[in-house]
Design a protein around this ligand. Sequence first.
Ligand SMILES: [Zn+2]
Length: 330
Amino acid sequence: MKCLGCFKITNQIYCPKCKKELFKNHKLNFTLDFDKKEFLSTKIALSDHMSISGVQDKIALKIENDKLVPAINNSQYLLKPIPLMDYGELLDDVVANEHFTMQLARQIYKLDTASNALIRFSDGELAYITKRFDRVEGQKIKQEDFASLAKRSEQTNGKNYKYDYSYEQIARLIKLYLPAYKLEIIKFFKLVLFNYLIGNGDAHLKNFSVLQRQTKDYTLTPAYDLLSSSLHIPNESRTALELFEEYETQSFLANGFYAYDDFIKFAFIIGLDEKIANKIIEEFLSYESKAIELLAHSFLSDEAKTRYERLYLDRLKAVRYRYQGCRVCT
Ligand SMILES: [Zn+2]
């Protein structure tokens, strides 16, 4: 069968490598002993106030007596089920979408991502599970998202506070707060480009965070919450935030979508050398066949695979498109 972590063929639920990475070789029953209904009632019991949006979201888990159980304290994992709310298309594919996208980021695009896999509820339904990176050996590590770094909240900036911002401004915060910003800015550029290629229109301020290292300084966290949101909401905006604070390339003005020139200009504005940016773009475009091969192994439905592939190929085409060819376009 296919490993519920990396898709490799194995004779168990998880291959030895994934088992070690996710569960440190704990002898566990790798199927949850509760179903989604019980998950929801636990979620309601664990939350302070009940709201539908909170309910369908996620719960924390920990290992106790060789079982994965819901946890309030000392949790090690987060579990996300297929949403109950009907907010888009192909919703039964949401968890397989997030899992495939995270594996694509990790296995093919070589991005640093949170450890993740699928896991079955007691009735066989799949859920997405991810290991918390803000806990090491039970110790909490300080984590802060970019809404907080940008000092934005619903109270101060209104309902749209997570979206009313730009990736250029996030890059400015990276320069301000992260000592190793020259490396971090490359990671950030790759993540923004990756999100564009896979159709993640929901990479908002709270989906980027920093972690405090043992040396007390901050670094970007591994990537998390990556999925092709456009698969479920086809007409949403291509990016959650605009690339630029106040700028549009000639290419964008002429065509209305981000293309090669925009990413080169974006790189320039955030302090990334054009040659490096060009190399990253070329590299990312060259992963096409590997990405499609991995997609075939994913747990997405055939319909979702077809649509995901179409969307991804369309984005590759957009990024290959050069309007001026941009030597840091005016
Ligand atoms: Zn595996």
